[in-house]
Design a protein. Structure first.
Lengths: 289, 151
């Protein structure tokens, strides 16, 4: 009986120790990384980033840091992505990509670029493809947030693009540097000469017609009442017509400003689409083969 | 014994949660009427300065002679009277008046509104005064799309 009891205790303790070590093995750095890789490839980016961040010491390397940045970027956490990219140093094989990713994130965060474009940075970019991609991204993002001396001329800008992209890049360049803005002063003056003309000038045809009609009707009512010796009503309608007249001049100036704001907005949308369609010119690295 | 206890508990439960005579279950009365913004209008003449007073006179007159007669038909949000009050607050009475008359003229235009203004699910067009203050920095352009808001 004693022997049986001892054997039973020994067997149970063996199973217990084995289970304990198995539990520890589940959370080993190797398994955590495997699980994080699985989540990353399943596009469960937020959880993948959390799992990758559990790695530390020897298990944390530049590949993991780059994957954390990609995971945070894909789950729209740009600030954390930016922080993760800072962990990648110049000796890393992902350094070139990290520069491009940093530039992209700064652009998306509407931040003023703090990456200085100079020969020393170019020299750090080893790969020719990355160098070309950097120039494309740098010049395109400078259309939105221009730094002095970056885009000198149309040729200087278009030189970095090859043919399928060149036509769209040219369109964006013209939208940025030669926008079809409407002059608010001109709109106001036109409406002062002919009520509603300023609205026609900014393509608000319906508003222009209505401005002409309302001002015209009240002027006619005023004139008709003065002619019939109804002086009070004559002055009343004259006052109302002058308010419509002045309101229309004011509104034409405002409409020109809104027209210009719309052009800027449309340019921003087109620029974003251009960058997104081309994946911000960043080469895709397939981590999920 | 167990069977007996089980039955007692079952009976007790039905007694405890049974419908009582003094609190009948009834259908709740729900009003399906839309709230009427006309009734919530503040016609009083409380004011702090002469500018507020002139705005109040103008707004009250507009409500009385135009809004009350026309009904709840303003296609814009904020409505013309609210637009006027907000314009005066954002700028000054003279500029606010000009902004109002421009808005009033645009109100007559029934063409192409949907392709021009962003709109809410209730069909009202979003047209805030901040677009018309003539300060370019205040213009936050919104494309003519359906706005997801509780309006």
């Amino acid at each position: 009986m004693k022997l049986f009891f001892l054997i039973a205790i020994f067997t149970f303790s063996l199973i217990f120790v084995k289970n304990l070590s198995a539990q520890n093995e589940i959370h080993s750095p190797k398994n955590v990384k495997l699980f994080a890789d699985y989540l990353f490839c399943e596009k469960d980016y937020l959880r993948a980033a959390e799992e990758y961040q559990k790695l530390n010491g020897g298990s944390m390397n530049d590949t993991v840091a780059y994957k954390i940045a990609l995971s945070y970027y894909s789950s729209y956490n740009l600030e954390k992505a930016k922080e993760s990219l800072k962990l990648i140093n110049k000796n890393s094989i992902f350094y070139d990509e990290s520069i491009l990713e940093s530039l992209k994130i700064q652009y998306l965060l509407n931040e003023k670029f703090n990456i200085e474009y100079d020969e020393s940075l170019i020299a750090t970019l080893k790969d020719e493809k990355i160098h070309s991609a950097f120039l494309k991204l740098w010049f395109t993002t400078n259309l939105r947030y221009p730094l002095p001396g970056v885009i000198d001329s149309e040729e200087n800008f278009l030189d970095v693009f090859e043919e399928p992209l060149k036509s769209m890049a040219k369109e964006l360049f013209y939208l940025r540097y030669y926008p079809n803005y409407k002059n608010p002063e001109t709109a106001g003056i036109l409406s002062a000469i002919i009520p509603g003309a300023g609205k026609f000038y900014v393509d608000e045809i319906g508003d222009g017609v209505m401005a002409l009609l309302t001002t015209g009707i009240f002027v006619f009512l005023s004139y008709d009442n003065f002619r019939a010796d109804h002086n009070f009503r004559g002055w009343l309608f004259a006052g109302i017509s002058s308010l419509f007249y002045a309101g229309n001049i004011y509104g034409s100036v405002a409409a020109a400003q809104i027209y210009n704001a719309r052009l800027d907005y449309d340019f921003g949308v087109k620029l974003n689409l251009f960058l997104e369609d081309n994946n911000f010119f960043i080469p895709h690295i397939n981590f999920c083969k | 014994m167990k069977f007996f206890l089980f039955n007692i508990l079952l009976l007790l439960q039905s007694f405890l949660f049974a419908q009582s005579d003094w609190k009948r279950w009834e259908a709740e009365e729900i009003s399906y009427q839309r709230s009427d913004p006309h009734r919530s209008r503040e016609y009083s003449f409380e004011f702090e300065n002469i500018s507020d007073f002139s705005v109040k006179i103008f707004t009250n007159s507009y409500w009385f002679f135009i809004s009350e007669v026309d009904g709840d038909n303003c296609p814009y949000s904020p409505s013309c009277s609210s637009f006027f009050i907000a314009s005066v607050r954002e700028t000054n009475p003279a500029q606010g008046l000009l902004m109002f008359f421009d808005r009033f003229t645009r109100d007559f235009n029934i063409f192409n509104r949907k392709s021009h203004y962003p709109h809410f699910i209730n069909g009202q067009y979003f047209d805030p005064p901040s677009l018309y203050t003539l300060e370019a920095s205040k213009i936050k352009y919104t494309p003519p799309v359906l706005l997801t808001s509780d309006k």
